[in-house]
Design a protein around this ligand. Structure first.
Ligand code: GDP
Ligand code: ZN
Length: 457
């Protein structure tokens, strides 16, 4: 038997902190309405509350001295048709840090507990409204960097990934059923005809898992952005290139509460592909990456890069120093940028890397660079964001494990191992996939997933 879980009532600010037209304090739990009744005053008087999924105008007042704290709109949503499947009340108050904090404080004084990061979404999962892939996609939606990233995440929220995973799990169960039948027979071996059929289904399952793994690389790009570093000697035009790229492609990044402003990275959106330009604060201050190359931090950012844009001045061409940089990062995706072609025509000598000629000053060649970036980023075949994409490292790991289990199963089946042993391997594969949707998940894993959220979600 399972323990009975009783949830207390939680409250948190659910909109980004800072200036804004409105802000929302969300309350969820059995006591939500009782708590709000203590601190909400309606012009309709005491019996303002009727029905569910309605909005009410009024004031939040102090529970004891009844002083007005804010003028608000209240949304009341009764379980089960709510985000958490519990009673939910959302207080739409004036934006800005002070009113939000004051209203939240009042709600907590009236009996709610401050919600933990991801706690609303965790409840949605525990109460069966979302599966884990859907819950996790909520993080991705909050953090989506481009329209395409958002589509990948929305698709997952609709359950596309879990649909696919559940379908593969069902195929595994089909195989398992066949095995169970075989176990019931006296012979210790699976019949030859059954064995061939099982082999076919197992191979088919393996192929589907492989397809998901292939899609995962693309998914990671949409989720996290391509970590890109602009490198090159002083005065070759790194800052000019960065600014030229930013002018047209700056990504709209929503502020996430809890993140600080001092991250030295800039998000670009190039045809839907998010590019994370790293350590650009340094570049903006006209310090040059190559000048600082001895500095540990810069080297780290270069080493962590997925893509290096090495800018070269067309007048000097590729220098010995550039060659050293190319040599050091030869395992990375590198684009050599021959800049300032407005000054001189150039037919670059082959350097073993793709070369893009452009002028950061006039913008000539910039579109070609963008094409090249997209091409390099998605080398190995473009997955449409609409397709089922595994964008989450945790999901990817589980799928890789499931594939390994299936391979073991196939080897054992070929080796005529007894059916009960075969079924152990198949079960392992089924459980690996179950970790993705949450059907076989541990409390530990749950905690790790949900603390990734910000408070109020
Ligand atoms: P960084 O030190 O590599 O960041 O180089 P900057 O972007 O600061 O540029 C150095 C100088 O080269 C500046 O005077 C720029 O105006 C100039 N510059 C940059 N790109 C171009 C270009 O495409 N054509 C020309 N003619 N000048 C450029
Ligand atoms: Zn610069």
């Amino acid at each position: 038997g399972c323990c009975l879980m009783l949830y207390d009532t939680i409250a948190a600010v659910s909109t980004p902190l800072g200036e804004g037209g409105i802000g929302i304090v969300r309350i969820s739990g059995e006591e939500a309405l009782e708590i709000v009744k203590k601190i909400f005053v309606s012009p309709r008087g005491k019996d303002w509350y009727k029905g569910s999924h309605r909005m009410y105008y009024g004031h939040i007042v102090h529970p004891v001295h009844r002083g007005i704290i804010d003028e608000v709109l209240l949304s009341v949503m009764k379980a089960p048709h709510t985000y958490t499947r519990e009673d939910v009340v959302e207080i739409n108050c004036h934006g800005g840090t002070v009113p939000l904090r004051e209203v939240l404080k009042t709600v907590i004084e009236a009996g709610a507990r401050q919600g933990l990061p991801g706690e609303f979404t965790k409840r949605a999962f525990l109460n069966g409204r979302l599966d884990l892939t859907q819950a996790e996609s909520v993080i991705d939606i909050i953090r989506a960097k481009t329209d395409s990233s958002l589509r990948v995440a929305m698709n997952q929220l609709k359950g596309a990934l879990s649909g696919k995973i559940t379908n593969i799990q069902d195929q595994m169960l089909g195989l398992l059923a066949g095995l169970e039948a075989a176990i019931d027979f006296p012979e210790d071996e699976v019949e030859e005809k059954t064995k061939i059929e099982m082999m076919k289904s197992a191979e088919l399952i393996k192929i589907q898992l492989e397809e998901l793994i292939t899609g995962a690389e693309t998914g990671k790009i949409y989720r996290e952005g391509i970590r890109t570093v602009i490198a090159g000697r002083p005065n070759v035009g790194k800052s000019s290139l960065l600014n030229a790229l930013l002018r047209e492609n700056r990504a709209i990044v929503t502020e996430i509460p809890g993140t600080t402003r001092d991250i030295i990275e800039e998000m670009l959106n190039i045809r839907g592909i998010p590019l994370k330009l790293i350590d650009t604060a340094g570049i903006r201050e006209t310090e040059d990456i190559v000048e600082k190359i001895g500095v540990e931090k810069t080297r780290e950012s270069l080493e962590g890069a997925d893509l290096v844009l090495l800018v070269v001045d067309v007048l000097t061409g590729i220098t010995g120093e550039d060659k050293r940089v190319l040599g050091r990062f030869k395992d990375k995706k590198i684009l050599v940028i021959m800049n300032k072609i407005d000054l001189q025509e150039n037919d670059p000598a082959d350097c073993g890397f793709p070369v893009v000629k452009l002028s950061a000053l006039t913008g000539e060649g910039l579109k070609i660079l963008e094409d090249k970036i997209v091409e390099v980023a998605l080398a190995g075949g473009m997955n449409m964001p609409e397709a089922v994409t595994v964008s989450n490292v945790r999901h990817q790991t589980s799928i890789i494990n499931a594939k390994k289990n299936m391979e073991d199963f196939i080897v054992s089946l070929k080796a005529d191992l007894p059916p009960d042993l075969l079924s152990v391997e198949l079960r392992a594969a089924w459980e690996s996939l179950g970790e993705i949707t949450g059907s076989t998940v541990t409390e530990d894993l749950l905690d790790r997933i949900f603390t990734d959220f910000c408070i109020g979600k």
